[in-house]
Design a protein around this ligand. Structure first.
Ligand code: THU
Length: 163
């Protein structure tokens, strides 16, 4: 038997103003994308912006449906749109922000488990780490890779196919 430990390091900025310009402009696009969210059931408006290696920024927002499971999170709407539009492009970073009652949340919004699984697969396909920038009215956190948020990812099928 062995005891193992995992460590992840990430950066914490006290506000968006402290962020380097490249990331703050991506996060700003995520904030703008919250305005295009359709969330009449949760009233939780999420926006995501993905920077591709071809320079494009692809935005997504949560789109809810009366049949609840049919809705989709902001992160997956962004990465699926990016994958469907620029299939060869690598995803370099994703920024995420959320608003409630028209105001940015006080703490960062992290991608849900299903979104982490989807994002990590795009990260693997791209072969480069995808930064995750989670914003809020207060602090902003930057993770250097999606895998840091989902270390024990399901990727067994990738061993044989799917890459
Ligand atoms: N949601 C996202 O879009 N991204 C997340 O990371 C967390 C949750 C959405 C799903 C649903 O429309 C609403 O937020 C409340 O869960």
């Amino acid at each position: 038997m062995q005891n193992k430990q995992l460590n992840i390091s990430y950066q914490v900025f006290q506000s968006m103003d402290e962020l380097p310009a490249e990331w703050s402009s991506l996060l700003q696009k995520a904030v703008e994308a919250t305005e295009r969210s359709y969330a009449p059931f949760s009233n939780f408006n999420v926006g995501a912006a993905i920077l591709l290696d071809n320079g494009q920024v692809v935005c997504g927002s949560n789109q809810e449906n009366a049949a609840f499971p049919s809705g989709l999170c902001a992160e997956r709407s962004a990465c699926y749109y990016a994958g469907a539009t620029w299939p060869g492009a690598k995803m370099l970073a994703i920024a995420i922000a959320a608003k409630q009652d028209g105001k940015l949340t006080a703490t960062p919004t992290y991608p849900c488990g299903a979104c982490r699984q989807a994002l990590v697969q795009y990260e693997s396909r791209g072969g480069v780490p995808m930064k995750v920038i989670v914003g809020s009215a207060g602090r902003v956190e930057v993770f250097s890779s999606v895998r840091d948020l989902l270390p024990f990812v399901f990727d067994n099928l990738d061993d044989n196919q799917g890459k």
